[in-house]
Design a protein around this ligand. Sequence first.
Ligand SMILES: Cc1cc2nc3c(=O)[nH]c(=O)nc-3n(C[C@H](O)[C@H](O)[C@H](O)COP(=O)(O)O)c2cc1C
Length: 410
Amino acid sequence: MKILGLIGSRRKLGNTEIIVKEIARNCMEKGAEVNFIRLSDLKIESCSGCMQCVFKASPCPLKDDFYFLLEKIKEAEGIILGTPTYLLAPSGIIKLILDRLYIANSKDRKNFLNKKAVTFAIAGIKNWAPLSLPLLNLFPLFLNFKLIYSFILYAPGPGEILLDKEYLKETKIAGELLIKGEDNVLTLSNSCPICKGAFFIFKEQNQIECPFCQIKGEIKQSKIVFPSISEHRFTYASLENHTENWVKATEGSFQNHLKEILALRKPYKEMDKFFIKPPSFKINEEYQNNLSKALLFFEAVNEKNWDKLLDGFSQEACLIFPGSAPLSGIYRGKEEIKRYFRRMNIAVPNLKFIIKEVFNHSHSIIIEWENHGLTRKRKNYNNQGITILKLKAGKIIYLRDYLDTEQLKQ
Ligand SMILES: Cc1cc2nc3c(=O)[nH]c(=O)nc-3n(C[C@H](O)[C@H](O)[C@H](O)COP(=O)(O)O)c2cc1C
């Protein structure tokens, strides 16, 4: 059995990591294959709310590690998910991931169906973690995992959990149940049997409802009982119904009112001038802008679109090509740069660049590439190198290539 341990704390060898590993150890003893992911090692962007994953069933446009995480979850049969408690709730990385789950939920919900999960939260002190389990459990519940077992342990300092051997009891149960795939046998008393939270809304008479799962219960002799646990927010049918009949329908009603909404939004757009942003935002925006211009340059070379290419250079730009080949030298100004690219195109008429890596250094963009093509004499040409680009006001002012000049001799 493949088990994936997901660690929701940044603290190395902290309590969450130790408990994930201890449950995993129990599973390994029963022959399980184990891998861990520290969730904070992943680059997870916050959901941009574009809704493309639901409305168009298209891939998420955010370029980060979310799909890596989904793939690893798909490969596993069982998940161990642990979080520290921060401000009464799971750590922020858990919420970032929860917000992105629509991708999985709307598109390939069946891929996750009936995978098994055990979850736990660590808290520093009793009664200060009311939201930790119910929010954490949205992860397995929203993906229709079988939530096998869920528990809370208490320890403030990193690794302090090891001082009280109580943790061994919970981790043993969790490991055994995960391997067996059996349902939770030890539901905490007076807690929700689905999300394991302990919040309830009072309805009429002795009726109550869990606001997370919408499961209905009754108070009988000072105890909460749940007549049925098969009806709640997170059943496969209920989630499917929510996505298909409510979320997807919001697109049409929004489009129908779009003109009106755009007009009503106008005065709020005018207030954009009051936004304040940290200096790093400006630097990042400038970098993103420069990067897209640098990539456009390589696109233009590959397309042999010389107008687009020259448009990317400033009037006084400087281009330096290394070595002692006929093309080598310093080219100043757009006219000379145009001459350089004409000659390059004659030397290797179908030269194509593949970008391997992009580095950001101060005001420079550094691009590592590989190129290939056929020379005029129909010989294979292949090289690797880096290009340093400096940009100002969206135009390239300096371009310098570093490459294997030996390859140029052919
Ligand atoms: C920013 C922060 C907020 C915390 N908030 C709570 C809290 O609300 N309730 C609680 O019981 N413990 C809280 N704690 C304590 C942690 O849950 C506790 O230290 C836990 O052991 C951390 O797990 P870790 O070692 O895996 O990181 C907080 C700790 C930090 C750093």
